[in-house]
Write a protein that binds this ligand. Structure first.
Ligand code: BES
Ligand code: ZN
Ligand code: ZN
Length: 493
């Protein structure tokens, strides 16, 4: 679905619903959107107030057949405290809530705030909320389908800044939706080979070259981590490299995403409860694929290399055993004490490969540890780094993109918990600070002086609860918007 700008007056716009922003005022509400006549402003204020609306953030009030409008319905969208009017995430969530409440409608118009940053937040919230995943349903309920078209009403023809803001939203939101689709796709429909094919398909028509390593190539490259994790499955592992190298790029961003298409835990098998959610263990890979797509489509002047190590972690007669020792791409030997700590094994190879090119910055993203959810909850990603400035840069990009991410340390003392009696390192620590010891493990594959940031999105990648704001149930598209913001920052120099 693409979202468009239009110049028709709100009064005469034909649509199923016209969204008008409201805020609290005293015990009732005031209309925050501009562009209505005094009489229509009063009509909306009175009708909204009469229905008991308070204008609080996230409130959605539907008013059917208000006279004076061609719209079938007026929807008052609560924006909350007027003092918080520049809270862009509150705007995204408010319009996300509204769009989710309007399933089954064809055409929705929004009387939008024309200021470009506000307009962009409005568009982003609306677009990201207009998502559904029906690829595997033989029948769908038209009453729950997201709106087919969303139009932002402006009083003028649309300035260059307004047009750019909306064009960006269309590119970025479709990349977020691609990540959601890939995460939601059942694991039998998305083995590693299919994920690699999806990476290729995601960038067709864009100036991105894609290379795919098969098992022979992985063996030649000495990728013992990817091969070890993948050896238990009939669906063989792959490594995908995506390169976007526009003319004039000064910085080089490498992004690396964990692509476990299904994580049973392997021989260290997981409990049955909620194991289906492990179809989302490739959410990092999906975010990398989608971010490369978005950055190339936006034409940002920064070189980006995407790395996607992908495997299916299965228990079988050919699976790796607890106690096996594998040799990674950088020559390090790893004792696999727990086959369920597999993400760090595939990432270790990919990080070592990515680092050889000495990029300006490496960021990896992974649904890496249950400990991330224990520490930060289901909605906030952990951000770890070997470089304070790089960690701050990524946290700021997340904030700008509207994603919850929080800095976490990588204490050196945790390295000792990864000691192995047999190999250079073990793949699990002592169980305390599990998110951090996973990060410390990954750090061993980053050469000194190479700036690197690790994002653990185990919680934020998958929403197993009810939808909220613009976030649907299932795959959320976590990290895509942050990557785009980081790339924008690097392109700006
Ligand atoms: N994919 C899981 C982490 C995960 C858990 C993601 C829950 C999303 C939701 C990862 O491969 C894993 O199993 N990690 C283990 C590591 C442990 C064995 C050191 C964990 O967190 O329990
Ligand atoms: Zn695992
Ligand atoms: Zn995993």
């Amino acid at each position: 679905m693409t979202l468009t700008l239009a110049q028709t007056p709100p009064k005469t716009t034909n649509c199923d619903a016209l969204l008008v922003a409201v805020r609290p005022k005293g015990r009732t509400v005031e209309v925050a959107s501009r562009g209505l006549t005094a009489a229509l402003t009063k009509a909306v204020t009175d009708a909204t107030g009469a229905l008991g609306a308070t204008g609080k953030s996230g409130e959605v009030t539907k008013i059917g057949g208000l006279s004076g409008f061609n719209a079938q319905m007026i929807v008052a969208v609560g924006l909350g405290d007027p003092k918080a009017q520049d809270d862009l995430e509150a705007i995204r969530r408010a319009y996300g809530n509204a769009i989710r409440a309007l399933g089954g409608l064809k055409k929705v118009a929004i009387l939008a705030d024309p200021q470009p940053a506000h307009l962009q937040a409005t568009a982003m919230g609306a677009q990201l909320a207009a998502y559904s995943f029906t690829a595997f349903k033989s029948k769908t309920d038209p009453k729950s389908a997201p709106p087919a078209s969303i139009v932002l009403l402006l009083s003028g023809p649309g300035t260059a800044a307004q047009k750019l803001a909306v064009a960006e939203v269309n590119i970025i939101s479709s990349a977020v939706d691609l990540t959601r689709d890939l995460v939601n796709t059942p694991p039998n429909a998305l083995p590693p080979i299919a994920l690699a094919a999806a990476a290729k398909k995601a960038v067709t028509g864009l100036p991105v070259t894609v290379t795919i390593w098969d098992e022979r190539a992985l063996k030649r490259a000495g990728c013992g981590g990817i091969l070890g994790v993948g050896q238990g499955s009939v669906n063989p592992p792959r490594l995908v490299k995506m390169v976007y190298a526009p003319r004039g790029a000064k910085a080089h961003l490498a992004i690396v995403g964990k692509g476990i298409t299904f994580d049973t835990g392997g021989i260290s098998i997981k409990p049955a409860k909620n194991m289906d959610e492990m179809k989302g263990d490739m959410a990092g890979a999906a975010a990398v694929i989608s971010a490369v797509q978005a950055i190339a489509a936006l034409g940002l002047k920064v070189k980006v290399t995407g790395w996607v190590p992908t495997a299916e972690n299965m228990p079988s007669g050919t699976a790796q055993r607890p106690g096996d020792v594998i040799t990674m791409h950088n020559g390090m030997t790893v004792e696999v004490l727990n086959t369920d700590a597999e993400g760090r094994l595939v990432l270790g190879d990919a990080l070592a490969l990515a680092a050889k090119e000495k990029p300006t910055l490496i960021i990896d993203v992974a649904t890496l540890t249950g400990a991330q959810r224990v520490a930060l909850g289901s909605r906030t990603a952990g951000v770890m780094s070997n470089d304070d400035a790089a960690r701050a840069q990524v946290c700021a990009a997340a904030e700008a993109g509207g994603e919850a991410m929080w800095p976490m340390p990588l204490p050196d003392d945790l390295l000792a918990t990864l000691d192995s009696a047999t190999a250079d390192i073990a793949n699990i620590g002592d169980g305390f600070g599990g998110m951090l010891s996973a990060g410390v493990f990954l750090k061993q594959f980053i050469p000194d002086g190479q700036p690197w940031v690790h994002l653990d999105i185990a919680g934020p990648a998958f929403n197993d609860k009810a939808p909220y704001g613009y976030t649907p149930k299932g795959g959320t598209g976590a990290a895509v918007r942050t990557f785009v913001q980081v790339a924008k920052g690097l392109a700006a120099g």
